[in-house]
Design a protein around this ligand. Structure first.
Ligand SMILES: [Ca+2]
Ligand SMILES: [Ca+2]
Length: 498
């Protein structure tokens, strides 16, 4: 089978920028550990040949430094270590940047809700996702992730990194992501800490919350537990083989044959905010095997609209999520023309077609390809931590007083519709841990609010100007809208009664 190349479904610009500056990661070898082999002098060609003959998979041969790097397979330590010119072997460890955030010595102020939760009626259910594990197969965690995510809700000890071609595990890289996509996805599920500054919202030079300070922003399933699993190199290159390694590992957790048997039989849902054009019946069978093991899988529909969905989201067995938004959040009162619109409570009138908009780039189901779109969830202008090389966005103008650019952005993509839906599945599993993939999908569909024909198909709604590059051309319900907008409260109620 031709190996397909998959990317993450965040906004295209960020991904394209990353892709332009980053090269694919080097090949690694399984059952080996990354090492530095110290020598008395820079290695000669003859010595490199001897190291290889002794079993070292030689990585970098330093020109001027008396050392080489490489991967050392199990059982080859003595053969390499005993070479006369080798001084020693040590682990190739990971160092972190020495940045230090100053504590403002404030107790975080809870923000009760926001529009991305209000939109799916998260506030109308008491379920919290407690006891449910959400495996985020993504780019891993940035080194400073503990500033944003609650460490008690993220099980790095159960996390794994499977990046590198052919799914070979590359240890030690789980918490060294430079993309930030995985942190934003996890933040969508469990919430995050907002270190608000005056330019955080980016639209205007004012704090996103109204006043500088530290806030907690709720997630869809605040008491769920994240298992971070890195399957994307540098947050961009997500090889099939790495994704399969991640899925296989999660199945091991569920089935109890992983090194840690703690999660055997526990409810686990996988979030895949990624996809690509490659697909096959053989691959579909892999996802059927995942579902059959009792592990649930949610994936993003893709940002390729009006073109077809990405895979694996489009496989019928997978629960797929497209991106929509809440138009009423933005229009109307003058006093909403600020950075705090995302926290406003908006009167709901579910009967009005002007409530909704679909985003034109949310991918379309193509039945001729066997595609299936299940539901739509929030995926437009979500305020999330989105760190890029440790910082999310370019500095505002004027530059922030501390010189540190914002770490948050109003970001869009089916990448965030998927974890919104995954969060709802976690809520459902917390009240009914035995739900199967098929049951969860059925519940989400049956409780979704259909998005009516004549709703908006928005290009780029600009919240402050109330300007809509939009038309009421949406044909739905159908190819772009699936069964409609996820409704957290109704989904939980139905899950409880099943
Ligand atoms: Ca609501
Ligand atoms: Ca499906």
């Amino acid at each position: 089978m031709v190996r397909a190349f998959r990317g993450l479904f965040a906004t295209a610009i960020l991904v394209a920028l990353l892709a332009a500056i980053l090269a694919p990661a080097a090949v690694a070898v399984s059952d080996s550990r990354p090492v530095i082999v110290d020598l008395g002098a820079p290695a000669t060609a003859e010595q490199v040949a001897q190291l290889r003959a002794a079993g070292l998979n030689v990585g970098v041969v330093y020109k001027h430094l008396p050392a080489v790097s490489g991967n050392l397979p199990q059982g080859r330590t003595a053969a390499v270590g005993n070479l006369p010119f080798v001084k020693g072997i040590r682990a190739d460890t990971v160092r972190s940047p020495d940045a230090q955030r100053e504590s403002l010595d404030l107790t975080p102020i809870p923000i009760e809700t926001n529009y991305f939760l209000d939109f799916i009626d998260r506030e109308k259910t008491g379920a919290t996702g407690e006891g449910v594990y959400v495996a985020v197969l993504d780019g891993g965690l940035v080194p400073s992730w503990r500033s944003y995510l609650d460490p008690e809700k993220v099980r790095v000890d159960l996390g794994r990194s499977f990046t590198g071609r052919n799914g070979n595990p590359v240890p030690y890289t789980l918490e060294n992501d430079r993309g930030g996509h995985g942190v934003a996805v996890a933040a969508t599920v469990i919430g995050y800490t907002l270190w608000d500054k005056r330019e955080t919202g980016q639209f205007l030079a004012e704090p996103a919350s109204g006043a500088p300070g530290i806030y907690t922003v709720p997630g869809v399933a605040p008491d769920a537990t994240i298992i971070p699993i890195k399957v994307c190199d540098i947050g961009v290159y997500c090889w099939d083989s790495s994704i399969y390694s991640g899925l296989d590992y999660v199945m091991s957790l569920k089935l109890g044959d992983a090194a840690n048997g703690e999660l055997m039989g526990k409810p686990i849902v996988v979030n895949l905010s990624l996809g690509g054009s490659g697909h096959s019946e053989a691959e579909e069978n892999l996802f059927k095997a995942v579902a059959a093991s009792g592990v649930l899988v949610v994936a993003s529909a893709g940002n390729s609209g009006p073109n077809p969905m990405g895979w694996p989201g489009a496989y019928p067995v997978v629960i797929s999520a497209g991106a929509g938004g809440w138009r009423k959040q933005w229009y109307g009162a003058e006093d909403r023309i600020n950075n705090q619109w995302w926290m406003d409570d908006v009167p709901e009138d579910a009967a009005a077609i002007d409530e909704w908009f679909m985003v034109w780039w949310s991918a379309y189901e193509n039945p001729d390809l066997g595609q299936e779109l299940d539901v739509v969830a929030t995926g437009r202008f979500m305020l999330l931590p989105y760190l890029w090389s440790g910082k999310a966005t370019v500095p505002a103008d004027p530059a922030p007083p501390d010189g540190i650019p914002s770490e948050y952005t109003f970001i869009s993509g089916t990448s965030f519709s998927a974890p919104t839906t995954t969060g709802v599945v976690a809520l459902m599993l917390s009240v009914n841990p035995d739900l199967t993939q098929a049951q969860a999908e059925m519940i989400l569909r049956m409780t979704a609010e259909p998005i009516p024909a004549g709703s908006w198909d928005a290009g780029f709604p600009i919240p402050h100007a109330n300007t809509w590059d939009a038309s009421k051309s949406l044909g739905g319900p159908g190819q772009q809208t699936g069964w409609g907008l996820v409704q957290a409260d109704d989904a939980v109620t139905m899950a409880m009664g099943l």
